[in-house]
Design a protein around this ligand. Sequence first.
Ligand SMILES: NC(=O)C1=CN([C@@H]2O[C@H](COP(=O)(O)OP(=O)(O)OC[C@H]3O[C@@H](n4cnc5c(N)ncnc54)[C@H](O)[C@@H]3O)[C@@H](O)[C@H]2O)C=CC1
Ligand SMILES: CCCCC/C=C\C=C\C(=O)C/C=C\C/C=C\CCCC(=O)O
Length: 257
Amino acid sequence: MALDGKVAVVTGAAMGIGKAMTEILLQNGAKVALLDFNETAGKSLLEALKKQYGQEKTLFLTCDIESEEQTKAALQTTRETFGGIDIMCNNAGILNESTWEKTVSINLMGVIRGTYLALEHMSKLNGGQGGVIINTASMAGLGPLPSCPVYTASKHGVVGFTRAIAAASSALGYGIRINVLCPGFVQTDLFSNIPARLGKFSLLADATKKMAEKMETLSVSEVAECLLELVVDEMKNGEAFMVLPKSKKYMTFPVLL
Ligand SMILES: NC(=O)C1=CN([C@@H]2O[C@H](COP(=O)(O)OP(=O)(O)OC[C@H]3O[C@@H](n4cnc5c(N)ncnc54)[C@H](O)[C@@H]3O)[C@@H](O)[C@H]2O)C=CC1
Ligand SMILES: CCCCC/C=C\C=C\C(=O)C/C=C\C/C=C\CCCC(=O)O
């Protein structure tokens, strides 16, 4: 898919990986609606992006993806402003093993909500133009991160949901490719200040830190490059793309049928 003139939505766009996704989409000619519940960071980023890419290329919408009403309204406003939605990046996520229900609600339910609401605008069965949806999981969606069992569960959920909805999209003719990104450790706020968010698993913080040192960390722009690959490559549907500092790999899974 060529990005010039296409319309993208990025959740969790104000900081970290979402910010880098927003930037790479803009650099390649897309218009981007930035959704985030951090209004201060979102508006400040919007101001900078408007200076760099022009007034008409971006939009910031305060949106908590836990809220069906806010997410629905944000996608509607994006469509009314830019004329449609071609690319949906369900990226917002948290890591907090103490408030574990919220971790599931944002990381898994938020991705499902964002996908279903985007399909209403994008699916060819609803008169949409088709397009591509990219969900952000983690390498913890492919294997266990012992200090973060609920985060791990939420990310395994994102991988499973994405692969199944991608197969459904293909079988039902939605005209939408749906893929999932699975990065290792990335230098962002989520990665820093972690021990306080591990709850009863804080004793495993040192072991996790050692794991991160051994695996080495990614920059946000390395992850954004992989997002771009999944967006532009028309052959990619239902893929789980593992991203590590020295290797990238499309995962293979057991064939069940
Ligand atoms: N940093 C890392 O090591 C890795 C992160 N990931 C995933 O990447 C995604 C982005 O994470 P980072 O950029 O690292 O985190 P971050 O904390 O730097 O940025 C997350 C952004 O999402 C927003 N956000 C959080 N909850 C939200 C909600 N309910 N509604 C709207 N916006 C919300 C925050 O305000 C923030 O702007 C997450 O899904 C995370 O699980 C995956 C692998 C590794
Ligand atoms: C296959 C094994 C799973 C490996 C998971 C790898 C990376 C996942 C990263 C994330 O999704 C989230 C980022 C941080 C994890 C949590 C703790 C890091 C603690 C670092 C520290 O204490 O300094």
